[in-house]
Design a protein around this ligand. Structure first.
Ligand code: COA
Length: 73
């Protein structure tokens, strides 16, 4: 399983295809490695849902929880 977290394009450069290129790279990497799935973690799904739907992502009922083993510092 590949985990994709915090895919962010600088606001001055959005809607120019860079996000699509990064995402397609991750998808083809996962296919090459024969991974079963990619799990996307985002705190901005409402705004970015159309982008991920367009690239073949589907909604999951799974919700993440975290245990912070170490402080970020
Ligand atoms: C989502 C994101 C990665 C997309 O990257 P991008 O380079 O802007 O997207 P692309 O140019 O490759 O693709 C654009 C297409 O995706 C869809 N899309 C992208 N952002 C969208 C938005 N905010 N609303 C609706 N559709 C959107 C549209 O179909 C769009 O095509 P269009 O411009 O012809 O309408 C980028 O907008 C981003 O970084 N957003 C903020 C993400 C964020 O806050 N993350 C929180 C941390 S996880």
């Amino acid at each position: 399983v590949l985990q994709l977290e915090d895919l962010v394009i600088h606001r001055d450069h959005r809607r120019k295809g860079y996000g699509a290129r990064l995402l397609e790279h991750a998808i083809s990497f996962a296919k090459d490695k024969k991974f079963l799935r990619i799990t996307l973690l985002t705190d901005n799904l409402e705004a970015t849902r159309p982008f991920y739907l367009k690239h073949g992502f589907v909604e999951s009922t799974m919700r993440p929880m975290r245990y912070h083993v170490a402080n970020a510092g």
